[in-house]
Design a protein around this ligand. Sequence first.
Ligand code: TXA
Ligand code: MG
Length: 316
Amino acid sequence: MSKILTETFTPDEAGLVHAVDVLRSGGILAFPTETVYGLGADATNDSAIARIFSAKGRPSFNPLIVHFSDLNIAKTHVCWPESAEILAREFCPGAMTFVLKKKAKSPLSLLLSAGLPSIAIRIPDHPIAHQLLNIFDGPVAAPSANPSGAISSTSAEHVLNGLAGRIEGIIDGGQCKLGLESTIVDLTERPRLLRPGSITIKAIEQVLGEKLILNGPKDIIISPGQANSHYAPSASVRLNATDKLAGEVLLGFGQMACDLNLSLTSNLTEAAANLFAYLHHLDDGKNTQIAVASIPEIGLGLAINDRLERAAAPRD
Ligand code: TXA
Ligand code: MG
């Protein structure tokens, strides 16, 4: 694929107008959200959606999340059960993605849902994403803005390192606050967790008043994007490290000697926010082995461990 010029837009009115022009003309544009950077395209434009798959090297069977500025507009595209209403009252806008049955008359591109009868929707809680969606005045499909299978991007620099020359533009909105992707809940039948994320299982079950069905063993892939090897740095990854072996750099957690520490005070929110940024930092092309300390399997730790296990999984 020949290289294209990737423009960086400032997150002010003039920058956003240019960014929206990219979307309107069928281009692809990275933008910040509170979770990670997204790589957006007009969700009703098949050729723009195809560009996303090709820029990321993403398999076309892996569907995309559609982002809306407003929940009421999102509802016009999907069947909306009571469970969605209850969760949306608490978590919308925010880091929750809802998988719902698509209405037959929805004009969303068939390509973005990879042939599934369902659609994943999210209302991001980020002022720049919100303004972009508002000015564009339409649905924007956006996967995380990274080459397929690689570490997600929590800054404009990460996006450019992975995708410069393959996308028309990026809005630089600084660091993403949460640093970990949204939690995905499938509400097409009984509520089921498809991907742990920034909103914890416990918080969701409390609001819902019932247990979520959790996915089975990791080799049963219900969400097509939940491949075993994912979020992978170029370096190899060893988990549950207590110290570093020869040739390794150590990503620590809590009080310990290490090269970088996800959270000195063992704070899981801080660790989640730092996770991808620190993996990018340690994966500098010189280090070939990254060891990572063990993270408690509670609360946000479940989502952090989900990402780390996939980062450490055997590569194809
Ligand atoms: O925080 C996030 O969710 C970010 C920001 C940009 O919104 N997006 C993100 O997108 O993480 P992506 O494409 O990297 O991950 C979306 C996941 C994939 O695993 C995909 O398979 C799953 O959502 N997905 C999308 N549509 C689905 C559907 N209809 N049914 C089941 N899983 C779906
Ligand atoms: Mg992703």
